[in-house]
Design a protein around this ligand. Structure first.
Ligand code: ADP
Length: 598
């Protein structure tokens, strides 16, 4: 619907209302005036009729009709009034203007009929006798016995009143038109007084909407409009304050996001980019400024990252993944995604943090290669040193007890060195294998029995009992040699760090979502809480001297952690000093067969 100006909406109604009021007043004034005129004329004629009746009464009693007619003519002329005397049967016996003998019976005239009935009669009509509009008033004339002798009628022409009324109506109409015109002008002024300030305020509101908050609505004359103007000004000031603070907040956030070393990518539920910081743009090779509201598929050409974003949007918790972005220069990326939520905790998209770890991975590879190379290089000389020392110890080369003692030490230390090199090589292999480890269905109970067999000698030496609790025929997709090595490392530690005559328990548990947990529990020395976080780091030992004495390399648990990782699993530890420790390996290894195992 087409919108009208308030001015054109108010003005016609104001005008209409004023016109109706003026018309009503004019109509009422005209009618009151004409009523007054007629009433005055009526009273005047009534008085004349009564006066005539007084004069006619004696003549009527004596039935002197010619005298009555003469009286009518005489007084009618003197008073400029038409007088008529009518007998009860309607016969006219006197008339100021006509000869009564030629006049028709008047008993049918309304005023005469009323007067002959005993009341005063009034009528206005056109007189055919006088050929003009007349007002008639007739009064009864009573005899001594209250019988109606005749009706005395007086009449005056209404021409003068009609002329007066006509001129009055012209004057009233003129006054009404003048008042109407004046009222129209006043209406325009009044309506403008409402609409002009409102238009000013709507203009100001438009300025505010366009962000020009310095504009002010001037003070208004009326209380209500002034209040509205003040409210608008306050609202603008508040808006300005809020927008400034929002702008500052946004700038701060932008500054934080753009100075971050990580790439940040915010995506909405429809996979449109909400925000991309500079680093993310650099990592992904796109201009971070021109990507807002664009679809991920249009701007990010890496299929694996697109899939990762889809996975985060579908997930309820954080997801992390290492990704390789292949292009001109291959990039290694660590991607971490979390669900973006609004104030009502509803998911509105995903937040992806990208870390370019290409350099880091390169350094890790260099370090890992270096360790592998050094270990390889050391392995051969150490093996030959060990061989020669063993030869020297076994043959009768030297019988000097001191020399034998030293040879024993060299043998022992080279053995340790060999063990360290073996562990380092194992770790290097695990690092290189990460993600490419071959897994095959394997009976876990058999694998654990093999592991126990491998440690049995050490256990027997300390009279330690190893007990196993594992579901029979549990078939898992695992790399059996590696997992066996991990379990052996845990058994060896459990035996090493326990007093003799204790028990080591291995317990296997099927958990939901195809997870399997292998726990190795001992009754050994236990570990203080403060060490637990760092226990799986390379060469980290709780008691270095004791570990060395017991032949430890400081790499056993690190190897366990890597083996858990290559199985997409974790290893955790719970321990109480003096009570014992429990190491738990958790990984997804359930094959379809194993899920049927009770
Ligand atoms: P190490 O070759 O010294 O045993 P590990 O990496 O296997 O090296 O273990 C790291 C350290 O954790 C050990 O030096 C030892 O102090 C502690 N530790 C490992 N397993 C146990 C255990 N079952 N009970 C007590 N302490 C343990």
């Amino acid at each position: 619907m087409k919108k009208k100006h308030l001015f054109w909406l108010l003005l016609p109604s104001y005008w209409g209302l004023t016109a109706v009021a003026i018309a009503a007043v004019a109509f009422y004034a005209f009618h009151s005036m004409s009523d007054l005129y007629f009433k005055t004329l009526e009273n005047d004629i009534h008085t004349r009729a009564l006066l005539l009746a007084d004069h006619v009464e004696p003549l009527a009693s004596s039935k002197d009709h010619p005298a009555i007619d003469e009286l009518c003519k005489k007084l009618g002329k003197a008073a400029n009034t038409r007088f008529t005397i009518i007998l009860p049967e309607g016969k006219v016996i006197g008339d100021s203007d006509q000869d009564p003998s030629v006049m028709e019976y008047h008993d049918d005239r309304p005023e005469v009929r009323q007067a002959l009935g005993g009341n005063m009669g009034i009528d206005r009509r056109y007189s055919r006798t006088l050929k003009q509009e007349m007002m008639y008033v007739a009064v009864p004339l009573k005899g001594d016995h209250f019988e109606t002798l005749c009706a005395v009628r007086a009449a005056l022409p209404m021409t003068a009143i009609r002329a007066e009324l006509n001129s009055m109506s012209v004057r009233i109409l003129g006054a009404a038109i003048l008042t109407g015109l004046l009222a129209m002008v006043v209406c325009i002024i009044v309506v403008r007084r409402i609409t002009v300030p409102l238009r000013g305020m709507s203009r100001a509101a438009r300025y505010f909407a366009e962000g020009e908050f310095n504009h002010r609505v001037p003070a208004q004359q009326t209380l209500e409009l002034n209040e509205l103007a003040e409210t608008l000004n306050t609202m603008s000031a508040q808006l300005n304050k809020t927008l400034t603070s929002l702008g500052e907040q946004r700038n701060e956030q932008q500054a934080v996001l753009s100075s971050m070393d990580e790439g940040v990518l915010a995506i909405d539920r429809k996979e449109r980019i909400i925000h991309m910081n500079r680093v993310a743009g650099n990592i992904l090779g796109v201009d971070h400024k021109g990507v807002k509201r664009e679809l991920v598929q249009q701007r990010i050409r890496y299929a694996n990252l697109q899939e990762f974003i889809k996975a985060v949007l579908g997930a309820q918790k954080s997801v992390s993944m290492d990704l390789t972005l292949s292009g001109e220069a291959e990039k290694q990326i660590q991607a971490h995604g979390t669900v973006l939520r609004n104030a009502e905790e509803e998911s509105i998209g995903a937040l992806i943090v990208l870390r370019d770890v290409t350099q880091l991975r390169h350094l890790e590879t260099v370090r890992s290669d270096f360790v592998a190379n050094v270990s390889h290089e050391l392995k051969t000389p150490i093996t030959s040193i060990q061989g020669f020392v063993e030869t020297l110890l076994s043959d009768d080369w030297n019988h000097d007890p001191n020399a034998l003692h030293f040879l024993e030490i060299i043998h022992q230390q080279s053995g340790r060195l060999n063990a360290i090199i073996d562990d380092l090589l194992t770790l290097s292999r695990l690092e290189q294998q990460e993600g490419h480890v071959l897994k095959e269905p394997c009976n876990l109970e058999h694998m654990l029995s093999n592991s126990i067999d491998l440690c049995q000698l050490q256990a027997t030496k300390k009279n330690i009992d190893i007990r196993m609790d594992c579901p029979v025929n549990l078939i898992l997709d695992i790399n059996a040699p590696l997992l066996e090595q991990a379990v052996v490392n845990l058994f060896i530690n459990a035996i090493k760090y326990s007093e003799p005559d204790k028990t080591v328990r291995v317990h296997v548990e099927n958990r939901p979502a195809g997870q399997v947990a292998i726990s190795v529990e001992d009754e050994g020395f236990g570990i203080e809480n403060k060490h637990l976080d760092r226990l799986f780091e390379r060469f980290y030992r709780v008691d270095t001297a004791r570990s060395r004495k017991l032949g430890g390399t400081g790499l056993g648990l690190s190897i366990v952690k890597h083996i858990a990782q290559v199985h997409n699993g974790t290893v955790t530890v719970e321990s109480k000093l003096g009570k014992g420790s429990t190491f738990t390996l958790v990984f997804i290894g359930a094959s379809s067969e194993s899920l049927n195992v009770p």
